[in-house]
Design a protein around this ligand. Structure first.
Ligand code: ADP
Ligand code: ADP
Length: 580
């Protein structure tokens, strides 16, 4: 081999670095031209994808995938060109979006800012079930991407893209580097090896130890490369995380050994295939090692409480392809703290009788942050603990969403009303979003077709997400008959502050109550598409709370929910007698 070690750093995966930015002198003219084109508005995910396509992070991919790429990626994890690429990066549009072949269209973000012009060269159907099966290995709606895909348009479009502006970012600008800028910075360090660390979580001492060890072992530089695009719903927001990364990089790492750079990636939470994708991306940013942890990019557990992917599947898949990618896999070795020696050690090197300590991610949230307890210094650097405590007040001061679902007349509104009084008594601020009431303003004009119902529920979910993120309590009471839509809402709000309450009243009972006389109307055929009569209701499979309104009164049921909230720290007991 004649290549020097440094070329190893500068040659991207696929051999060329894509750059879709239009030349500066052409931009003004292009802008005027684009203002006459039909536009489509991109989702947050598509904006992230477009940015990374444009700067060459997905190189050699230089566009949203056409059908040949899409097909081969699903079946063989390769682009039509033969390059390894594990996940479909596509641009879905609605069937009625009026995008035509050979047409140029302007791509805009949510604020309607012009980002790019695309020449539509292909329009093709994609298959949700197939993507779920092949790319994600699951149909389970608890997988956040499966739930999200149900909302995507049914057609994909593809074609050459000319980028006018990268999506604007105003936060942490000095840390936002393109692959080319990152490579240049890395090269200036003058070392041969670059170890990338991918993360969507705050870093604790154990991560610090691990990244330092991995870097030392290969005498390299660490690129601390947190994802700041879209991660798993409910994750610590990136503003908080980046503050912690900066504190760590500035205070605890050798400045000659670390580069902190932000990656505006929209994760898919696709486990092993995602890990491989991360390796390709990091290759493009100049890394030749990637640290891969246990259950890398895993989305938690499925609706049976089982993990979606095997704990070491991601490591194995990256390892299997590491030669072709020229990115070596560094397995994240389990480290434990030895309190008597005040240091970390690999678990496999610690004799049985030696005392060890560790705190799991779940414990960090549930035992420490949620209860307002400070993380110990051996576990988290004090600067980091401080930032986390500021951003994560104890759970009883955080927001949450109670989502009632059940047939019309099941008792959702009645129970919600009692619960509202109880929560106010406990010092919570409460907003109630009742299906019937919402339909008179927020969703005025919507009917009861599946599409209209979904729009209604997503509107409620959107508002619920905003309220709960800002510390409020929101109680939603809508039939919400479709499981997929409820799961979607769960993700919009965030899994760990979403409490689904299934008001499990038998249809016969609801029909007997027939508060509004609607069941009678539906039976007489005067009302079509009535839930439970001639329209489906899909009961939740794993609701946090299930209520029986036949044997228990609304007040008893409201207390039942309150007990759940107390047990989970959402509500602080009023007095010690209350403490069960
Ligand atoms: P939904 O909001 O689910 O459509 P409502 O709460 O508006 O249902 O209506 C439920 C009706 O059933 C009310 O008239 C209520 O008084 C009656 N009901 C009888 N027993 C119960 C119970 N245990 N819980 C809730 N509602 C009950
Ligand atoms: P969804 O979750 O289906 O959008 P909402 O809770 O927003 O339902 O509104 C449902 C309420 O509207 C029911 O409580 C019922 O009183 C009334 N309603 C009117 N037509 C229908 C229908 N076809 N199916 C279900 N509920 C209906």
């Amino acid at each position: 081999m004649t290549t020097t070690k440094t070329t190893n750093l500068i040659s991207p995966y696929g051999g060329k670095l894509v750059d879709l930015l239009a030349p500066t002198e052409a931009i003004d003219e292009l802008k005027v031209y684009a203002s006459h084109l039909p536009s489509i508005q991109l989702s947050e995910r598509a904006v992230c994808d477009l940015e990374l396509l444009a700067v060459g992070a997905f190189s050699p991919l230089d566009r949203f995938m056409g059908q040949a790429d899409y097909r081969r990626v699903l079946d063989e994890m390769r682009l039509a060109s033969g390059h390894l690429f594990p996940l479909p990066i596509t641009l879905p549009v609605e069937i009625d979006s009026l995008v035509g072949l050979d047409q140029e269209i302007a791509l805009r973000n949510a604020k309607n800012e012009l980002l790019a012009v695309m020449t539509v060269e292909e329009i093709y159907e994609w298959d949700l079930a197939e993507v779920a099966e092949k790319a994600l290995g699951t149909h389970d709606l608890r997988h956040p991407l499966v739930a999200e895909m149900h909302r995507w348009g049914k057609l994909n479009i593809s074609g050459q893209v000319q980028m006018l502006h990268l999506p604007p970012h105003y936060d942490f600008r000095e840390l936002r580097l393109t692959p080319a800028q990152t490579r240049a910075r890395l090269e200036a360090f003058g070392r041969n090896n670059v170890v990338a660390f991918q993360t969507r979580n705050p870093l604790h001492r154990v991560h610090e130890e691990l990244t330092k060890r991995a870097t030392q072992e290969v005498d390299g530089i660490l690129i601390l490369h947190p994802v700041v695009g879209m991660t798993k719903p409910g994750d610590v927001d990136h503003y908080t995380r980046v503050r912690t990364y900066k504190a760590l990089a500035e205070n605890y790492y050798d400045p000659d050994r670390i580069l902190l750079s932000l990656l505006p990636l929209a994760m898919r939470m696709a486990g092993p295939r995602e890990a491989l994708w991360h390796a390709i991306i990091r290759r493009n940013y100049g890394a030749n090692y990637l640290i891969v942890g246990r259950d890398h990019a895993g989305p938690g557990v499925d609706s049976n409480g089982e993990p979606f992917y095997g704990p070491y599947d991601a490591q194995e898949l990256v390892e299997m392809h590491s030669e072709e990618l020229r990115v070596k896999m560094v397995p994240f070795r389990a480290l434990v703290y030895l309190p008597d020696e005040d240091r970390y050690e690999e678990i496999s090197k610690v004799p049985d009788q030696v005392k060890t300590a560790s705190i799991s991610g779940t414990q960090v949230r549930e035992e420490y942050l949620n209860n307002g307890r400070k993380l110990p210094e051996w576990f988290t650097r004090p600067e980091v603990a401080e930032i986390l405590a500021e951003s994560y007040p104890p759970r009883y001061r955080q927001g949450f969403c109670i989502w009632f679902t059940g047939l019309s007349g099941a008792g959702k509104s009645t129970t919600a009303e009692v619960l509202t009084s109880l929560l106010l008594e406990y010092g919570r601020q409460v907003t109630v979003l009742d299906g019937d009431v919402v339909r008179t303003h927020l969703s005025k004009g919507l009917g009861f077709s599946k599409d209209d119902r979904d729009v209604n529920i997503r509107r409620i979910g959107f508002v619920a997400g905003e309220i709960s993120r800002h510390g409020g309590t929101v109680i939603c009471a809508a039939v919400s008959p479709y499981r997929a839509t409820r799961n979607d809402v769960r993700n919009m709000v965030g899994q760990d502050r979403f409490v689904e309450v299934f008001v499990d009243t038998p249809l016969e009972v609801c029909e007997q109550r027939d508060v509004k006389g609607l069941y009678a109307k539906a039976r007489r055929g005067e009302l079509q598409g009535f839930t439970g009569i001639d329209d489906p209701y899909e009961p939740p499979r794993h609701a946090e709370v299930t209520l029986n309104t036949v044997d228990y009164t609304p007040e008893e049921n409201a207390h039942f929910i309150l007990d759940y909230l107390k047990r989970n720290g959402f509500v602080r007991s009023l007095n010690s007698n209350d403490q069960k």
